[in-house]
Ligand binder design. Sequence first.
Ligand SMILES: [Zn+2]
Length: 71
Amino acid sequence: MTDVVKCPKCSMENVYFDGTSNVCPDCFYEWSGDETANNTVVKDSNGTELQDGDAVTVIKDLKVKGSSMVI
Ligand SMILES: [Zn+2]
């Protein structure tokens, strides 16, 4: 990843970090911008299990035997 800091005012890329804040030498704009946000997404695991005893609809397939012999 290329971490290019642009000036929010003049959008120049000559921004250097002063130690405490970002300084744009073009328009002399200073701002403290640390946009590195560590968003930690915590996933919760829902262990939903299907239990026996629920209403199970059993569909029976009717097999049709068709034995037709042609001589
Ligand atoms: Zn600037």
